[in-house]
Design a protein around this ligand. Structure first.
Ligand SMILES: [Zn+2]
Length: 269
């Protein structure tokens, strides 16, 4: 399921393959994925516009258009982008198809149809309207900003990391890795985190997400591409901790399953 690193990789892919191209027409195969706009209005809004560049906030990808406006996308559980050139038929599960005037194409694919696509006049007001916290990789999101996020919330640290209104971009998968790398048990209460643990956690948020982007995360996360020290390579029943070799344990968080090492991840610390 696409989280911050995956969406960042989608954005770079879109910039690499579609930047500067002019849209000839748009086909909406599944109008249920459109948010706040009809298929006809969406297609009319995009015809003739040029793709300038993309930006990301949390799990949202925003594409700047010329002469004006933005296209935004959320990838839900199974969303992805696919570019192709020439007459090749569209990829499976294409929900929205963009044909460019120069014979290139872009598909927004989504097997399970969770996710959304829409248009916005302005990126900053769109992000504000989604009630998102700071983007986890925003350079302005520093240790002091993280401390502010922690002090404003109660409950366990795993749920906070996944709460998009507190901090945008991290989901079930990467919160497991961040907590593992920081050596913190997922059920640790926020107010039980010591100064050292908070700082370790902050450093690992940045390091884990940046490493995953460098490794080329994406729709089909290729865990073999991640460093051997990552828990994600062992994130399954019967998997072994890459640090101590213990069998990984699971815990439930509002319906989501967390994986952790009962030996290396200690409450509080
Ligand atoms: Zn361990």
């Amino acid at each position: 399921m696409p989280e911050l690193p995956d969406v960042e990789v989608f954005g770079r892919y879109l910039d690499r393959t579609c930047k500067g191209r002019v849209i000839r027409c748009v086909t909406v195969n599944d109008p249920r994925l459109l948010s706040g706009i009809s298929s006809e209005a969406f297609a009319a809004r995009l015809e003739g516009v040029r793709i300038l560049s993309s930006m990301r906030h949390g799990k949202y990808l925003l594409v700047r258009l010329a002469p004006a406006g933005w296209l935004w996308m959320h990838f839900g559980m199974t969303g992805a982008l696919r570019h192709w050139e020439g007459g090749e038929t569209e990829p499976p599960y294409t929900r929205i198809r963009v044909d460019f005037v120069d014979g290139h194409h872009l598909a927004y694919t989504n097997l399970r149809r969770l996710g959304a696509v829409g248009c916005a006049e302005d990126a900053a007001s769109f992000i504000a309207a989604q009630h998102l916290g700071p983007d986890a990789l925003d350079p302005h999101f520093d240790l002091a900003a993280f401390e502010r996020v922690l002090s404003a919330r109660k409950g366990d640290i795993k749920s906070l990391l996944m709460d998009q209104s507190a901090l945008a971009g991290i989901g079930n998968i990467y919160s497991d890795e961040i907590l593992f790398q920081a050596g913190i048990h997922p059920k640790t209460k926020i107010d039980r985190l010591g100064v050292d643990a908070r700082e370790r956690l902050f450093r690992q948020i940045k390091r884990v997400l940046e490493t995953a982007i460098e490794c080329g995360s994406g729709a089909e996360l290729n865990t073999d591409a991640l460093p051997r020290s990552f828990l994600l390579r062992q994130r399954r029943k019967g998997g072994h901790c890459p640090r101590c070799g213990d069998v990984v344990a699971t815990a439930k968080f509002s319906g989501r399953t967390a994986y952790y090492c009962p030996h290396c991840q200690i409450e509080g610390s």
